[in-house]
Design a protein around this ligand. Structure first.
Ligand SMILES: [Ca+2]
Ligand SMILES: [Ca+2]
Length: 451
């Protein structure tokens, strides 16, 4: 009897230990998955180096000195990996003051590529203004600094990190290297940084601490001196366009909910299920219905059919709705496009899509067969990315990002309507993280071009 009890106790103990082990393992894998794919997405091995030019220099007290941040992507497959946005925060000595930043530019000096989303507290957030093909693999952000006292000073990337987004779906480059600049404030002439980034960042020897100031700063090897960069005429780095907060679109916009008529001739009902980014089922969203644009394209349609349908919240963050479309040729094959009220449009080509990693699903030709009556379309295996906030224009850009950023900390209805991307009742850094993750994708999937 005692032996049995002992054995039972041992078995229970072993079971408990096993359950804890499994829980730890599952939790670890989940965290790793989220970190790797949701915010870092495709693990293709492309990286970015965060460099300072010059990395060492001597500057007179109170002299305007330009030190450039040089962000250079390092491709794993030889293809150019353009930069669609970046979010950099600097750490610096008290003896060094950053007075302003010029517009970011590419290696040819083109300053029209990026617009400022936010600057303040030594943080700089810019997003691209142009289509991906034109985006450079290296971006230079000239900073004006001055040393305010005779002292050695350092400048570095906060915690050796920065967020640099790429042009492919949701890609955030892993930081491969981050410079720490070492500067001597005292006598000397300010350095004149080059506007051309070094293609391969190399370590510049750092003088030993306490080295005597050299009268002329040395530039990194291979970099020829060039005139000090000046901001384009009339352009002030602080001339940030004030984002306008779009007026909220309360509830459903005019379209009445559709009553499905299963089996009606020429009428098909779509029983749709979708998931929205950030709405995980782990908390109760502040809304339980959302107006969503549903588009059917393909078959023998000469133009896609679109209607706004009210989706209702179910369990585990899955939203469901029925949409009825008339006049569809049921012999055809279709794609269904979904656009949420704060989301990029997603085109889906099969009835029950899945994706791994998250946000990677993409398709070109619809193969969904629709029959008269109810058609189950479970799209909850792919995520609807948030980011195109009202008033929607089909692109996630600096306007969307700056609006969300400026609403951080707010809980008033106007702020929530535009910027609470995960519908948890507050605009916070989670919402901002969601929009940064979507910056790399930027455009509606399957704009209205038929298929
Ligand atoms: Ca937008
Ligand atoms: Ca939120």
């Amino acid at each position: 009897m005692d032996d049995n009890q002992n054995n039972n106790a041992k078995v229970k103990k072993i079971k408990a230990v096993l359950m804890i082990l499994v829980a730890v393992l599952v939790g670890g894998v989940l965290l790793r998955y989220i970190n790797r794919y949701l915010f870092r997405s495709h693990a293709s091995g492309d990286t970015v180096s965060l460099a300072l030019n010059p990395k060492t220099a001597t500057m007179p007290v109170d002299a305007d000195t330009t030190i450039s941040l040089v962000l250079t992507t390092v491709s794993s497959d030889g293809k150019v990996k353009g930069i669609s946005g970046f979010d950099i925060t600097l750490a610096k000595s008290d003896s060094l003051e950053i007075t302003s930043a010029d517009l970011p530019r590419d290696g040819t000096g083109n300053t029209s590529l990026y617009s400022l989303v936010y600057s303040g507290g030594n943080r700089y957030v810019y997003t691209a203004k142009y289509p991906d093909a034109q985006l450079p693999a290296s971006v230079i952000l000239p900073l004006h600094v001055k040393g305010n006292t005779n002292a050695n000073a350092t400048l570095s990337f906060l915690n050796n990190t920065g967020q640099v987004t790429g042009t492919t779906q949701g890609y955030v480059f892993m930081v491969a290297s981050a410079d720490t600049g070492s500067y001597t404030v005292g006598t000397g002439t300010p350095p004149t940084p080059s506007l051309t980034p070094a293609p391969t960042p190399t370590d510049t020897p750092t003088p030993p601490p306490g080295a005597s100031p050299t009268p002329n700063p040395t530039l990194p090897p291979g970099v020829s001196p060039s005139p000090t960069p000046t901001a384009p005429p009339g352009v002030s780095p602080s001339a940030v366009p004030t984002p306008t907060i779009a007026s909220p679109t309360a509830g459903l916009t005019g379209t009445p909910s559709v009553t499905p008529t299963p089996g009606a001739a020429g009428s098909v009902s779509l029983a749709l299920k979708v998931k929205f980014q950030g709405v995980t089922g782990s908390f109760t969203p502040t809304v339980t219905s959302l107006p969503v644009k549903v588009t059917v394209s393909g078959g023998s349609l000469s133009a896609p059919l679109t209607q706004t349908v009210t989706f209702a919240l179910g369990s585990n963050g899955v939203w469901a709705a029925d949409a009825t479309f008339d006049g569809l040729d049921t012999a055809g094959q279709y794609a269904v496009l979904i656009k949420g009220p704060k989301h990029l449009q997603k085109r889906v080509c099969v009835a029950a899509p899945a994706e791994d990693p998250a946000a990677s699903y993409h398709c070109d030709s619809g193969t969904i067969k629709l029959t008269p009556g109810v058609n189950d379309l479970d799209f909850s295996g792919v995520i609807m990315l948030a980011g195109d906030i009202p008033a929607q224009d089909g692109i996630v850009n600096s306007i969307d990002a700056s609006t969300v950023y400026n609403n951080i900390g707010k809980t008033d209805q106007e702020a929530l309507d535009s910027s609470d991307l995960n519908y948890d009742g507050v605009v916070d850094t989670q919402d901002y993280s969601l929009i940064l993750a979507t910056l790399g994708i930027r455009y509606d999937d399957g704009a209205v071009t038929g298929q």
